[in-house]
Ligand binder design. Structure first.
Ligand code: EZ4
Ligand code: CO
Length: 402
């Protein structure tokens, strides 16, 4: 079998997605997600100009060799653009291998290690009362784990709080919008939110919170300590994670579990964090970290150090990425949690898929391959529309992580 064509498809059914579709001479096809929120066309061009020509004529069965060829062969290793492009190829090749074998991809990864993939949803509100109502809604929908984000008094807009509760989309304008941040206001408000949520929902509902990279290590340590009575499953991205050693300080001060990694693109971003057990969950996903092949490598390294997975699953990870992540989630021994932000009806129609949600679990399709595709005719109805993530400033105007 040989690869005869590969198409890079950009579509915007409510938000932008970049998808690679690989076509073989025997008619078997595979899909991979290549979406990089706010920088979509960089990956589209990387694939179209520098990857697709190298794929033509290759044997699609050689997944590892193709991965090494694109990673080592570029000479310029890593980075979100390169690794998203490599991920798309890798994901599509696993899809093809599954279809050729007549098996869902999780079977090729060792078979199921659990009955379903536990997911968490995003409860959020401007006020604590609104937050409580949203948590109740997710519990009613069957969710076993809920991320809780609240507006902060004195701040006009806060990360994670949206008007449309089911379909949070932060890339909201053709040029970046600007928001204002105050660590003091946030730290004063947040523990009280979790006190109210625990009071209302009891001790066993799994609760999570995303700091979105906004604190210093000692501020994060203080927040983690103040949240200890509310027994969070994890505190996410407490600090910008380029400086891995910074997590040592957080660890010295709090038993609140730490999750990080949605901006990581290879195991090299997390070797200190994992080796020293500075985190509890590593949170990158298929499209960000070089596909199923490399994400499996990260999760296996994590397993050796008692660190679990927590795959990123925001709406900018397409249904193709989510489908691929679910196969890995089902197979690995050290699965933690899978984030699940629902896609809109328009997006779901462009990406027909067989995964489904029931009783707080996602279940991958049982059909051969990944069980997801792109409807190219439907995709063509939604042309690319520039959209950027916001930037964030302190009250005095200093640029701060968003
Ligand atoms: O802001 O994926 O945990 N989820 C997140 C996301 C990220 C977006 C950025 O594109 O932090 O909402
Ligand atoms: Co996050």
């Amino acid at each position: 079998m040989r690869i005869v064509d590969a198409r890079v498809i950009v579509t915007c059914p409510g938000r932008n997605f970049v998808t690679l579709k690989i076509i073989t001479d025997e008619g078997v096809t595979g899909v991979g997600d290549a979406t990089l929120n706010g920088r979509e066309l960089a990956v589209e061009a990387y694939l179209r100009e520098h990857v697709v020509p190298l794929l033509i004529g290759r044997d699609p069965a050689r997944i590892e060799d193709t991965w090494q060829y694109l990673y080592q062969g570029a000479y310029w290793r890593r980075g979100p653009v390169t690794m998203s492009a490599v991920a798309a190829v890798d994901t599509a090749l696993w899809d093809i291998k599954g279809k050729v074998a007549g098996l869902p991809v999780y079977q090729l990864l060792g078979g199921r290690s659990r009955e379903g993939v536990t997911v968490y949803g995003h409860a959020n509100g401007e006020t604590v009362d609104e937050v409580l109502a949203e948590v109740a809604r997710f519990v009613d929908l069957g969710y076993r784990a809920v991320r809780v984000q609240s507006g902060v008094p004195g701040l006009a807009k806060t990360y994670g709080v949206s008007a449309d509760k089911m379909f949070y989309e932060p890339a909201d304008a053709a040029l970046p919008t600007e928001t204002v941040w105050s660590t003091a206001r946030y730290l004063a408000h947040t523990p009280g939110v979790f006190a109210r949520v625990r009071e209302e929902f009891g001790p066993t509902l799994r609760l999570l919170h995303d700091v979105h990279h906004r604190l210093t290590p000692i501020e994060a340590a203080r927040l983690g300590r103040s949240l200890e009575p509310y027994a969070l499953t994890w505190l996410e991205d407490p600090v910008p994670a380029e400086f891995q050693e910074g997590f040592r300080l957080i660890r010295q001060h709090t038993t609140t579990p730490i999750a990080t990694g949605e901006v990581f693109n290879s195991v090299w971003d997390a070797t200190t964090l994992i080796r020293e057990q500075l985190i509890d969950y590593v949170r990158t996903t298929v499209v960000r970290a070089g596909g199923i092949t490399h994400l499996r490598r990260i999760f296996d390294y994590a397993a050796l150090h008692h660190v679990r997975s927590g795959s990123h699953g925001a709406t900018d990870l397409s249904p193709v990425c989510l489908a691929a992540a679910l196969h890995l989630d089902l197979a690995i021994p050290n699965f933690g949690l899978q984030e699940y932000m629902r896609h809109t009806e328009e997006t779901d129609a462009v990406f027909p898929h067989g995964y489904h949600f029931a009783d707080g679990y996602l279940h991958p399709a049982e059909t051969p391959g990944l069980g997801v595709d792109i409807d190219e005719e439907a995709a063509a109805r939604y042309p690319y529309s520039p959209a950027y993530l916001p930037v964030n400033r302190l009250e005095d105007g200093t640029l701060h992580p968003w």
